[in-house]
Each structure stands twice: as C-alpha cells, then as structure tokens.
Design a protein around this ligand. Structure first.
Ligand SMILES: NC(=O)c1ccc[n+]([C@@H]2O[C@H](COP(=O)([O-])OP(=O)(O)OC[C@H]3O[C@@H](n4cnc5c(N)ncnc54)[C@H](O)[C@@H]3O)[C@@H](O)[C@H]2O)c1
Length: 270
C-alpha cells in the first residue's frame, strides 16, 4: 500500500518495535497516531521524530480498557481525518515460570493485552478502514505464537490466538479493500521483559546471545514489517530464528518443540 500521506494507528508506539514503526512510517511521509499506556515513552518517540513530530499524535490509552479503545477512533479522526492502517503491536510477556506456578491475574493480564486489546482495536477501527480505497491491518504476534516456549506458555497462547484471529480476518476481508498480515518476530532487542516485569535468570538467554541467532535491532524489525505490509504478505517472519523455527516446526513439530525446550531450560531451572 501507499505509505506517503496515509494515516496509521500504532499501539505500543512508546517503546521498542512500536516506536521504530512510528519513526519509520513518519520518515516515509505517513501520519501516525501512536497509542500507548506509557506517556513518557510516547513523549520520547515524539521527540525522536524531530521535524516529523507534527505529523504524529499521542494517545495515552490502555488497550485492555474496551471503553477507552472504542473512544479512540473519534479522537484520531478529529486529528487526522481518516485511518488507512492499523498496526496492533502493543504486547507484554509473562514471567518465565511454568504454567503450574503462574497466577490467574497474570494469565488474564497477558491475554487481555496481547489478544483482547488487539481484538478491541480491530473492531473499533474496522468500520473506518472499510471506508478507505486501500487499507491494512497488521497484527504483531510472535514466533512464540506458532511454536511453544516453556516458561511462556500463556504468552504463546495469547499470540497463537492473535494469529488465528488475524488469519480469519484475512479470509473474511479477502474481497475488500483491506489487506491483513500477521507478523512473527523472533528475538528483537527491546526491553519487553523488564517492562513486563518478567525476571530473567539469564539475560544472555533472553536476548538470544547464548544461541546462534542474534536478536534483531528493533529498527530493522520495523523495516521488515513495513516491507511485508507494502508487499501485502500474509505471514511476515522477522529474523532468521523465526524463519528457521517455522521451517523446523513444519517438518517436525515435536523436534522443534524439544529444540526450543532445550534452549529455554536454563531460564526455568529451580
Ligand atoms: N522483543 C521481542 O523479542 C519480541 C519477539 C516476538 C514478538 N514480540 C512482540 O512484538 C510486540 C512489541 O514488543 P516490543 O519488544 O517492542 O515490546 P516493548 O515492551 O518494547 O513495547 C511494547 C509497548 O506496548 C505498550 N503496552 C503494554 N501494555 C499496554 C497496554 N495495556 N495498552 C497500551 N500499550 C501497552 C508498552 O507500554 C510498550 O510501549 C509485542 O506484541 C511482542 O509480543 C516481541
């Protein structure tokens, strides 16, 4: 799709991959409405946008709050006039603990942010997107959404739910103006663990330094996501880890699951 002069709504635009998506799209001439629960993060993204910052609006919203999400389209239309693209990027991980040790509040929080937050945003903006000549919905799932990661069982389930939701949306909207893509990043070098309150026993393993795959810089991840959107890809795999695990999972789901479990063992040892 054409990026210049288009209006994108991006959740989680205050940090990490979301911030880089905002900056990248602004640099390509888009207008961006960035939504985040972290006002300081939004302000920093705005500062980093430099001269393009007047093309960016900031929206302090908790995407798990349905009422707040449903009020967002009116505010964004007031500011930008229309919406051509929605990128559901905001997300959290869970503490690195086994399902047996995971409390119900955390389970609900992870599902609410990663799955229901994206569902609310999609339903809130779909009517506006259907009015445009061409539009996009990009949902950021995870490599953990197609291959299970021990210690991230509910995170994976939330991202797998988002994957199937997005694929159904793609099929339902196939004959419309809206292209739909789902993104599976592997390890990306952000502070998601700290921001999600997940204690990491081995920071090396968290960022993939202990494995042969290097985590991607978030700016590079954002560029790949936007390229995938422009090319209207159905699945966008970000990073060689994600591409490799997709390949391995298709050949042998059990071997792929065991492979990841071995990589993650250090994080889960008592
Ligand atoms: N970093 C990785 O290695 C990695 C790998 C695979 C998938 N992902 C996915 O990519 C997306 C972005 O991750 P990231 O690494 O940039 O994380 P991040 O923590 O750097 O950024 C996530 C942003 O989402 C915001 N957010 C969290 N809860 C929110 C809520 N309830 N309402 C509104 N905003 C909220 C945070 O404030 C933050 O600004 C997530 O969906 C994540 O699951 C990340």
């Amino acid at each position: 799709m054409n990026i210049k002069d288009s209006v994108f709504v991006i959740t989680g635009g205050g940090n990490g991959i979301g911030r880089e998506l905002v900056l990248n799209l602004l640099s390509k001439g888009a207008r961006v409405a960035a939504a985040d629960i972290d006002q300081a993060g939004l302000d920093e993204t705005h500062r980093l946008a430099g001269t393009a910052s007047d093309q960016m609006s900031r929206h302090n919203v908790d995407i798990t709050n349905m009422e707040a999400v449903l009020a967002l389209p009116t505010k964004i239309i007031e500011k930008h006039g229309c919406v051509d693209g929605l990128i559901n990027n905001a997300g959290v991980i869970q503490p690195f603990v086994k399902i047996n040790d995971l409390d119900y509040d955390t389970i609900e929080w992870v599902m609410n942010v990663n799955f229901f937050g994206s569902v609310y945003m999609t339903k809130a903006f779909l009517p506006l997107l259907l009015e445009r000549p061409e539009a996009s919905i990009i949902n950021i799932s995870s490599m953990g959404g197609f291959i299970s990661v021990p210690g991230q069982g509910v995170y994976g389930a939330s991202q797998a739910a988002l994957k199937l939701f997005t694929e159904a949306l793609y099929a339902e909207l196939a004959d419309t103006n809206i292209n739909v893509s789902v993104v599976f990043p592997g390890a990306v070098n952000t502070d998601i663990a700290a921001r999600s309150g997940a204690v990491i026993k081995s920071p090396q393993d968290e960022q993939g330094k202990g494995s042969s795959f290097k985590p991607k810089p978030p700016a590079q991840a954002a560029e790949e996501i936007i390229n995938g959107m422009v090319k209207r890809r159905f699945h966008i795999f970000v990073g060689s880890d994600s591409k490799y695990m997709n390949f391995l999972y298709r050949i042998s789901p059990r071997s792929a699951t065991n492979f990841i479990a071995r990589q993650m063992r250090a994080l889960l040892e008592e």
